[in-house]
Design a protein around this ligand. Structure first.
Ligand SMILES: Cc1cc2nc3c(=O)[nH]c(=O)nc-3n(C[C@H](O)[C@H](O)[C@H](O)COP(=O)(O)OP(=O)(O)OC[C@H]3O[C@@H](n4cnc5c(N)ncnc54)[C@H](O)[C@@H]3O)c2cc1C
Length: 460
């Protein structure tokens, strides 16, 4: 459908981490305004405050945009792709279209400064600009302690969130989008070369279907068939978690949609696990809250005492073995291979592999965080660094540093039948399997000694 002659100047909907047509307040506002709507995705890898995507996320983005473009065209609109610094590209498109309004859903990391500056500038030019809450259940500045400070501990944070209650129901997708008479030119997805040149992405295609429809199928499958097993979420060999993290990361699904699905009737066995599952969504909210107040979370220790930690920088060989799943420690290798082949890793094993890198190898958590950033399809600006810092002990409400996971005991406890280890490390019982690159007991002692060095520096 194209806009009639006397309709208002076109509106632009600028999509970012909200690649969906349902429960998308910015899109709904643009459509309700009347007139033509241009839906824009801008690949900005250059502005200050933007963390360029890793390879697995680029793969996901490619397929997600493909699926979004098709959903928008079914509604009568067109997804326009542009590349460059938002501060230049967005005003350029506004001028080209002589647009009267720009709508977006809010971001909460360092990139929010880009949005704030654009809002001021466009409004000064007489353009209507509106932003909306869509990616979090609770906006960070609305959940603070009694004295107005950010929460540093999860349990009171989540209690405070729950006492506020969730504000609204998910929005339906628009019934139609009106396209402008002349669609603005844009890039093609192929121009962006988001897909890897070496084809390690076969495993990603086998495991994942990016896009909004697949996100809803995954949510439905989880709520009806899997949630009843959620109390076994620590066992990597059992299908007991949702697999929703990349869909939430790219906003193919909103946390509000997840929340409301879990308020609908569930079988009693699933109902028992619903609050626990929603508290994990709460950890996502908590991490974004931390990032909002500490935007340099992936480069800076949340607890500055850790600045004095004596990390080892001479362990290239160990780092390589860790990345490629050849440490000779079965549970660590299984996790690192799962990551490389499928773009995700089970949560407990993320903790085990991170603890091994940080504590048994004494390699700076930022090195591991960067590897996860590159290889995870759910690599998230808040949850990745927050969880790495949680394991390191340098983060908010973190595990104490001296809690060094023993990967052999973790395997006995959570992968008793060895389903997970044998699946990802089939040679584990043969003589071909790597010998351990470190002694777990001695390296644990080294880790505790390094911690004492840091504590001594803190006391000085
Ligand atoms: C070192 C490390 C790095 C991590 N990096 C990321 C990351 O980049 N992106 C990411 O989404 N999660 C990250 N996590 C958290 C967690 O491992 C994943 O969210 C989870 O494994 C995703 O699987 P799921 O969707 O089946 O989880 P479910 O158990 O089904 O949980 C549902 C949702 O809750 C959220 N969630 C669950 N656990 C956490 C958590 N600990 N912190 C924050 N949110 C959580 C996720 O959005 C998840 O999709 C990391 C954890 C560790 C220990």
């Amino acid at each position: 459908m194209t806009a009639p002659q006397n309709s208002p100047a076109p509106a632009i909907v600028w999509l970012r981490d909200d690649l969906r047509v349902a429960d998308n307040p910015a899109l709904v506002a643009a459509v309700e305004r009347g007139g033509a709507v241009v839906v824009l995705y801008l690949l900005d890898e250059v502005s200050a405050g933007i963390r360029p995507l890793g390879s697995a996320s680029r793969w996901w983005l490619h397929h997600s945009l493909e699926s979004l473009a098709s959903a928008i065209s079914t509604l009568g609109g067109q997804l326009v792709l542009r590349r460059g610094a938002a501060a230049e590209e967005l005003p350029r498109l506004v001028a080209e279209l002589d647009a009267g309004a720009v709508f977006w859903n809010r971001r909460y990391g360092a990139s929010r400064d880009i949005d704030a500056a654009l809002k001021l500038r466009l409004r000064a030019d007489g353009v209507e600009v509106q932003s909306f809450q869509a990616s979090l259940l609770f906006e960070p500045w609305t959940v603070t302690t009694g004295d107005g400070n950010p929460y540093r501990v999860f349990t009171p944070f989540w209690r405070a969130c729950l006492s506020r209650g969730v504000a609204r129901s998910p929005l339906s997708e628009p019934t139609a989008i009106t396209a402008p008479r002349d669609t603005p030119a844009g890039d093609t997805l192929a121009d962006w070369a988001l897909l890897p040149t070496r084809d390690w992405s076969v495993g990603l295609s086998e495991k994942w279907s990016p896009g909004e429809d697949a996100a809803h199928d995954a949510l439905e499958h989880f709520a009806t068939d899997i949630l009843e097993n959620y109390h076994r979420r620590d066992e990597p060999g059992v299908e007991s978690t949702s697999g929703l993290s990349p869909y939430l990361r790219f906003g193919e699904l909103s946390p509000l949609q997840v929340w409301h699905r879990l308020q609908a009737p569930l079988i009693p066995a699933a109902q028992k696990n619903a609050a626990h599952f929603l508290s994990e969504i709460g950890w996502r909210e908590f991490n974004w809250n931390i990032l909002y107040f500490s935007p340099e979370l992936h480069t800076k220790n949340y607890r500055p005492a850790f600045d004095a930690f004596p990390w080892r920088t001479d362990r290239e060989r160990h780092l390589r073995a860790w990345k490629h799943g050849r440490t000779g420690i079965p549970l660590v290798d299984a996790g690192m291979r799962e990551l490389r082949q499928s773009g995700v890793m089970h949560n407990r094993i993320r903790m085990v592999t991170a603890s091994f890198l940080i504590k048994n190898l004494l390699i700076d958590w930022r090195v591991g965080e960067a590897w996860f950033w590159d290889t995870l399809v759910d690599a998230d600006e808040a949850s990745n660094p927050a969880n790495w810092q949680w394991v390191a002990g340098s983060g908010a409400d973190a595990a104490p540093y001296f809690r060094v996971f023993n990967p052999l005991l973790q395997a006995e406890k959570f992968d008793k039948q060895r389903r997970y280890v044998v699946r990802w490390v089939p040679e584990v019982d043969s003589s071909d399997y790597a010998k351990p690159i470190v002694d777990l007991k001695l390296s644990r002692q080294d880790a505790l000694a390094a911690y004492d060095v840091m504590k001594a520096a803190e006391a000085r």
